[in-house]
Design a protein around this ligand. Structure first.
Ligand SMILES: [Zn+2]
Length: 226
């Protein structure tokens, strides 16, 4: 079992983590890196750490664009696998990915005006509203606390993250053929602080061997809306 951090390591956006196990490649989140337009386009356009067509499935923790926003680019570049998400995440992604596609188009127009003046080749938007629509067809919805086999020797369960509507932590129970051992990996996604009128508190998970956890506000006090 191998885990590669392809984004949101040393920074807070562009969450993408690649799990390789039993000859399969499972991508945890496919977020957009959000920075200055030019830098962001370079980071987001080309998936330097893996070939999108080689991804067998994607597990999406929640709908925020820094976790979901590069999915239409991934599927338009050849990923044909299932995208596992909760029902709430799917509903939010329908609106948010379409909106993000319009932003990609206006960003590309803005950059191309400058590039034209500088005599540079024009760039394509990261993805179109049609790419966003097609990407949604690959979503497979799974409710909280329902175990589901998502690959050979890989069983997945979403548990509540208490962060936004539909947000989940991902529990992966893995039977690794390389050493015959069972391992439990917890990918936290973004975790809420609990005690919120609209959201349930984050669920807890026991007997975890590996934790992949967001730590944006680690060790700091934050106010409401942080
Ligand atoms: Zn979030």
């Amino acid at each position: 079992m191998k885990l590669k951090f392809c984004g949101a390591a040393g920074t807070t956006t562009g969450s993408q983590h690649l799990l390789e196990v039993n000859g399969q490649r499972i991508l945890l989140d496919c977020g957009l890196y959000q920075g200055r337009r030019k830098d962001a386009h370079e980071v987001n356009c080309c998936f330097p750490f893996f070939d999108p067509a080689s991804i067998d499935s994607v597990v999406l923790s929640h709908a925020h664009i820094d976790h979901s926003g590069n999915l239409p680019n991934l599927t338009s570049k050849g990923c044909k696998g299932n995208i596992y998400a909760t029902f709430g995440t799917r509903d939010l992604c329908q609106v948010m990915l379409a909106d993000s596609a319009r932003i990609q188009q206006s960003d590309a127009e803005w950059m191309n005006k400058r590039r034209k003046k500088e005599g540079l080749p024009l760039i394509e938007p990261l993805y179109s509203p049609i790419d966003a629509e097609l990407c949604l067809r690959q979503f497979v919805n799974v409710g909280y606390d329902r175990k589901m086999m998502i690959g050979r020797g890989v069983e997945m369960t979403f548990i509540d993250a208490g962060h936004i509507l539909g947000s989940a932590q991902v529990v992966l129970d893995i039977e690794d053929e390389a050493d015959g051992k069972k391992k439990r990996l917890l990918f936290s996604g973004d975790v809420g602080r609990g005690d919120n009128d609209l959201l349930r508190d984050p669920a807890s998970c026991e007997d975890v061997d590996f934790v992949l956890m967001e730590s944006t506000y680690g060790g700091r006090e934050v106010g409401d809306g942080g």
